[in-house]
Design a protein around this ligand. Sequence first.
Ligand code: TYD
Length: 147
Amino acid sequence: MIEAFKSTVYNCGVIELGKHHREQGNLTVVENNITIPFEVKRIYYLYDVPGGESRGGHAHKELHQLLIAAGGSFDVIIDDGNVKRTITLNRPYYGLLIVPGIWRELINFSSGATCLVLASEKYDEADYIRDYDIFKLEKLQNRLAVV
Ligand code: TYD
């Protein structure tokens, strides 16, 4: 597991999930500790995001997540307090792994987009850092909780 205060955007990345192609349609599988380096304890999805709206705007202390554009497309800005990267998700057979200690913003949702999120822990508001200045300070001072 990555220590949140040490994580960088380079610890995040797009994972190719693979695709079982049939003439009748495609199927993609995600398996704990095989396709992704954590065990899924929670699944949620964002949908009906109005045009021009953004989601996210926080970091997590311990949570690992895989974000998938199950439908449509959106951009994810990941930020470790030092470097920012923008990743476009627009295929259901790719997932973006986000490790702890990374600020994220989800923007540019296409009409009808669905963002499927696989998460390594149950919901815990105490795991969130919702203030960017605090995030940046904690990151700089290496004070984010060690996982
Ligand atoms: P939040 O994580 O802030 O959404 P986003 O990052 O997509 O903008 O969550 C929005 C609201 O939903 C917040 O009030 C907490 C609630 N929520 C839960 O109750 N359980 C969950 O698993 C999640 C992800 C959010």
